[in-house]
Design a protein around this ligand. Sequence first.
Ligand code: ADP
Length: 490
Amino acid sequence: MSKTYALSDLIRADNFIDGQWVPAASGKRFAVTDPATGERIVEVADSGPADARAATDAAARAFPAWRDALPKERAAVLHRWHDLMIENADELGRLISLEQGKPLAEGRGEVLYGASYVAWFAAEATRVYGDIIPNQQRGKRMTAVKEPVGIVAAITPWNFPLAMIARKIAPALAVGCTVVGKPAEDTPLTALALVLLAHEAGVPAGVLNLITASRENAVPAVADWLADSRVHKITFTGSTAVGKYLARESAGTLKKLSLELGGNAPFIVFDDADLDAAATGLMAAKFRNGGQTCVCPNRVYVQSGVYEKFADLLTTRVAALKVAPATDAAAQIGPMINARAIDKIGQHVDDAVSRGARVLTGGRRLTELGPNYYAPTVLADATKQMQLSCEETFGPVAPLFRFDTEDEAIGAANDTPFGLASYFYSQDVRRIDRVARRLEAGIVGINEGALASEAAPFGGVKESGYGREGSKYGLDDYLSIKYLCQGGLE
Ligand code: ADP
C-alpha cells in the first residue's frame, strides 16, 4: 500500500470515533496556533465527556474482534501504518514543525523516530509468549498466558506530538488492546494525521479513537475515562502534577497506569572527561527541541579543574546556534511552545541572575523574531538555591554548577524527587561503574548525549513515574498475566 498526502489533506479538524470523523457533540471548537507567529492554523473539536464516552463505547465494541485477531494480522496492520508514516515523513514533519515549532530537520527526525516504535512493536506483536510452569503438584498443569489489558486511554504532551502517541498506540494495538486517546491541546494536528494514516493502513473502526479538547474541557473529558470501569489502563506522558492527579482520580476503578513524568536531569562532567565529547553530548541532549524534552539536562555539574575550560567550550558552541522559525532550513532552535513556556524560562533565568549566576551567552527573549523565542543561554555559578536547580526549565538554558568530589556530584545529582535521565562524562572505567550504579535514574547516558532508541526501555524512577516504553519490556504495560491451573490430570 502506498499513499502520500499533501499537508492540507493531513490536517483534520474533527474527532475520530468508530472509524468516522465527527465534530464534538457540543459543536464547540478551539484554535490551534503556530507558535512561531501566534497565528491560527485551524479550529479543532473541543470535546467533552459525551465525546469521551462515545470513544469508549466504540473501543469496547471493537475490543473482542481485535483481541482475537491473529498477532500476525495485527502486525501486518502496524507494518502498513509504519510504511505510510515513512512515505509521508516530509509532510508529517512539516506538520509537527508547524504546530510545535521544532526545526524541520527535527520534525522529520521525529517522524522516523516515532515510526521506529511502530515497526518495533509490529514485530513484537508476534512474540508475546507465556510459560508452562514446571510441575509442582501431581495431577495439575500450571500455565501463565498473557492477555491484552483491554481499553487503553492515552494522554500525551505537546513536545513530541507524533512520537509520544505513536509509542503508546503501537504496543497497545500490537497486543490486542483498543485505544481512546487525547493529544495535547497545543499540538493535536499531528495525532489526528496519524490516526488518518492508521485508518488508511487498515486499523478497524473503533480500535483507535482520538478526541481533541482545550485544556479546560480536557479535564472533564478525561475524567470520564478515569471513572469508567471499561477503561483498564491509562498511559500518560506529561507533568508530574498531572500524573499524580491521574493516579489519584483513577484509583476508584484501580486502573493499570504507565506514567512518563517530568525530569530534572543532571549532566556531570568529571575532570577526567573528554571535554570536547562532553560538550558535543551536552549540545545534543540539552538543545534538541529547544530544550523542551523531559530528558534534557537541566543541571550541568562540572568539576572544578575543568570548569572554566568547559564553560568556554560550551559557550562558543551555544552562541553559534541559529535561532529561527522552522520554515528557515538553517534553524537549530525554533520558538518555544507558548507564552507560559517562555515566561517560565525568563523567570528561571532572572531568578538565577538575581542570586548570582553569570550570563555567559544569551539570557534574554528574542522579541525581534516573534512572541515565543528565547536566546540559547549558558549560565555560570549556578547554585542549589536557584529555582532552575529544582524545577525543569524546559528551554534552551544550560546552568553550570561547580563541584569538587565525586561524592558531592552524585549527592547533588540525586538531590531531587525526579529520576528520569542522567548523564555523565568520564574516561575512568572504575568511576564509570561506580557512578552508573549510584545515579538514581531510569536512564543513564555514559559518555553519550543521544539516548533514544525504540529498542531500549524508556522510563523513570521516583517521581518521574513508572512503566517503560519501547524495548522488549514495552509490551508488559499493556498485558496482564493469567494463570491457568488445570486439575484432574492424574
Ligand atoms: P505540560 O505542562 O507539558 O503541558 P501537562 O501534564 O500539563 O504537561 O499536559 C500533558 C497532557 O495532559 C496534555 O494532553 C493535557 O491536555 C493533559 N492534561 C493536563 N491536565 C489534565 C487534567 N487535569 N486532566 C486530564 N488531562 C490533563
